[in-house]
Design a protein around this ligand. Structure first.
Ligand code: FEO
Ligand code: CA
Ligand code: CA
Length: 678
């Protein structure tokens, strides 16, 4: 059956329409200064690449003990972080093999592929992909992404590394691989409801209780009460300021307090109290609005008039499927699903240790294309702080600061329901400001009033009726606040040794020369970079920060230059492009995963390790053909590492029949049982 007559790009799950038309040009007046800092460098394949300058933060920070204060190699004043985070393995070469590559002395083993039975009646995976929707609801989902390992004794204050709950996201699906013959349609263009059920069940989150045997081999703990699937159809509560807002009213939840499912869960963030926040990233593609005009809470996200997977065309016409058609159909929002998409775009809290608990959508953290979330270390009596990137071209980086203080004895998700959402402005001089998106912030209110009645990007701005409206339209609020449009913010990570916050900016081929700014200094940025900052006075709740660029990705010879000095020049050992996954392990080594071009010279996507103290960076892992490498965590002792392989191009390494490649987790260990990366 022919697909809709839609832009073919729309069928690409990675296609993110550019919907930030706000034209924020915070740095126009400093363009010349920036141009003077640029140099040219040799591109390896004929093209002269524009380079690329970082700022050293020397002299910017008030605290000279900060490692970021001096970016040159080995600058750590006492050398502690240099030795703690030194890399002790030999780099692996780029690879085109349909297998994983790890350094000498390491081993890798695939685990928990799509379809692995983990709960209920533990239905066996069928290699021809003929499992039903009900069976998929009891099996590991597809397209593994962000992941965390919770020690099984976490709630008792423990740190066990031999048993835990591995919780992972399933970002999206390959319809062709999911069914024996791909997606099908009947003569009326409708889809068999069970196919749709299976597709929705292959999304969401898996919670898997795993344990090492005496030989050190990991396996599922069968019949564990913790084993669980959360899917695109699991009932959830809406929490925080947007709960009960009339623009969330649906036939399922007329009072706007509940919804069904979480979708397009890219990365995640473990909370300090042992829960898991799954991010809703490219949720816009699941909804269709056939109206001539759409409300701003849809246009600013790129909701179209056709859905990616045609779930609304399920032939049963059941409520859980037709809700993806958000065209107004009844007199009142209480009687249709015009507001269904307003219940997506959040961070969703799942408590893996309480299997019967209902997931909670935490709206105070904003509604946008959440890539993930990273929590700052907590301190008794201080607010909880977390960071989240909006992965679309020209979108923003956000920070949430809780109103209520953290106390370990009582901490839970309620801390995420009241607080202030800020958006980042990266100033040309290496300083930065957190702009509060709050109707209690007089500066913000003044800008809102000034913008009223004018066009903000493509939207005629008519104000915000309350804070719920601000949060529902977080992107629009950030436009008005004057945030810095970034090159697709993906994962964030906080250095456990220094408190610096790192974010990957994966790429942005559409940035023009006129649109560059200091934090995103490359037009047609095809290879990406990693930015980092230190909060003022090392206070995560601070309103100001100091930033620099940690590293520019690219081919051999790509230089990161700080204060006129080349601090990194990439070589065969560490060329990469499109940094995406990012994680500090418990010793402070930085792990960088890629989701980019898998052509020469980079070849298959990969994972590298970096020492933040020295900017030493080495390729540690290469994935099989066609995959993206995403999701990384270790056990607390950093001796077992879990890495996800998403959308491998073909069968790897499982014996599926036909064209049904399986996403999987890879467990990496050191043959001498040592610390990974050391
Ligand atoms: Fe799902 Fe932004 O990667
Ligand atoms: Ca990602
Ligand atoms: Ca990506």
């Amino acid at each position: 059956m022919a697909k809709h007559n839609v832009d073919s790009k729309y069928l690409d799950p990675d296609y993110e329409p550019v919907v930030n038309h706000s034209g924020n040009k915070v740095f126009d007046d400093v363009l010349n200064a920036r141009v003077q800092r640029r140099t040219l460098m040799k591109g390896g394949v004929g093209a002269a690449l524009a380079s690329i300058m970082g700022f050293g933060l020397a002299g910017c920070g008030s605290d000279s003990s900060s490692v970021i204060a001096s970016a040159s190699a080995g600058s750590d004043p006492d050398g502690d972080n240099v030795s703690k985070t030194a890399l002790g393995f030999d780099a692996v070469a780029v690879s085109t093999a349909n297998n994983v590559v790890v350094p000498a002395g390491y081993s890798a083993k695939a685990f928990l592929p799509w379809g692995t039975p983990i709960t209920g009646s533990y239905p066996e995976f069928r290699a021809d992909a003929s499992n039903s929707g009900a069976e998929q609801e009891q099996q590991v989902g597809m397209h593994h992404d962000g992941m965390h390992f919770f020690p099984i004794d976490f709630k008792a204050g423990g740190n066990r590394s031999d048993e835990g709950l591995l919780v992972m996201n399933h970002e999206y699906i390959n319809q062709k691989a999911l069914h024996p013959e791909g997606p099908t349609y009947n003569q009326s263009g409708m889809r068999p409801a069970d196919e749709v059920r299976k597709e929705i069940a292959a999304h969401g989150v898996s919670v898997v209780h795993i344990k090492q045997d005496s030989a050190g081999t990991w396996d599922i703990v069968f019949e564990s009460p913790f084993n669980r699937r959360v899917t695109g159809n699991t009932e959830m509560d809406i929490r925080g300021p947007v709960r009960g807002y009339q623009k969330l009213s649906t036939r399922f939840s007329p009072n706007g307090t509940q919804t069904r499912g979480t979708l397009n869960n890219c990365s995640m963030g473990p909370t300090p109290w042992g829960t898991y926040l799954a991010a809703e990233e490219n949720w816009h593609g699941y909804f269709a609005n056939g109206s001539q005009t759409q409300p701003r809470e849809q246009t600013r996200h790129g909701v179209g008039n056709a859905t990616r997977y045609d779930w609304e065309q399920a032939d049963s016409g059941e409520d859980q499927y037709i809700r993806f058609n958000i065209t107004p159909a009844a007199e009142s929002a209480k009687d249709d699903y015009r507001n269904e998409a307003n219940t997506f775009g959040y961070m969703v809290e799942i408590d893996p240790f309480t299997p019967e608990s209902k997931p909670q959508k935490r709206t105070a953290l904003g509604r946008f294309g959440h890539e993930g979330v990273i929590f700052a270390p907590v301190e008794e009596g201080k607010p909880v702080v977390c960071y989240s990137g909006d992965d679309s071209r020209f979108e923003y980086i956000y920070k949430f600061v809780s109103s209520r203080p953290y106390y370990a004895a009582t901490a839970s998700g309620y801390l995420l329901d009241e607080g202030t959402l800020y958006v980042a402005r990266f100033n040309e001089d290496g300083s930065g400001d957190w702009l509060a998106l709050s109707l209690d912030n007089l500066d913000f209110v003044a800008r809102v009033q000034a913008a009223q009645g004018s066009s903000v990007g493509a939207v005629l701005f008519e104000g915000f009726e309350n804070q719920a409206d601000v949060l529902l339209n977080t992107r629009l609020a950030a436009d008005i606040a004057g945030a810095t449009p970034m090159d697709r913010p993906e994962w964030g990570a906080v250095d456990p040794n220094t408190g610096e916050v790192y974010f990957t900016l994966t790429n942005n081929s559409q940035r023009t020369e006129e649109q560059v700014n200091a934090a995103n200094p490359n037009a047609e940025n095809r290879t990406g970079h990693i930015i980092r900052w230190s909060e003022a006075n090392k206070d995560f709740a601070a309103a100001e920060f100091q930033w620099d660029i940690f590293l520019f990705a690219g081919e051999q010879g790509t230089e990161t230059i700080v204060d006129g000095k080349v601090v990194v020049s990439l070589t065969d050992d560490n060329i990469f492009n499109s940094p995406d996954g990012l994680w500090f392990d418990y010793n402070g080594r930085l792990w960088i995963q890629t989701d980019g071009s898998d052509a020469a010279p980079y070849q298959n996507n990969m994972m590298l390790a970096a020492s933040p103290a020295t900017r030493d960076i080495r390729r540690f892992f290469v994935g099989p053909q066609g995959c993206e490498v995403t999701g990384v965590v270790t056990t607390p002792d950093v001796k077992s590492m879990f890495v996800n392989i998403q959308h491998p191009a073909r069968d790897w390494p499982f014996g599926t029949e036909g064209d049904h490649p399986r996403d999987a987790t890879v467990i990496i260990t050191r043959d001498d049982n040592g610390v990974i990366g050391a």
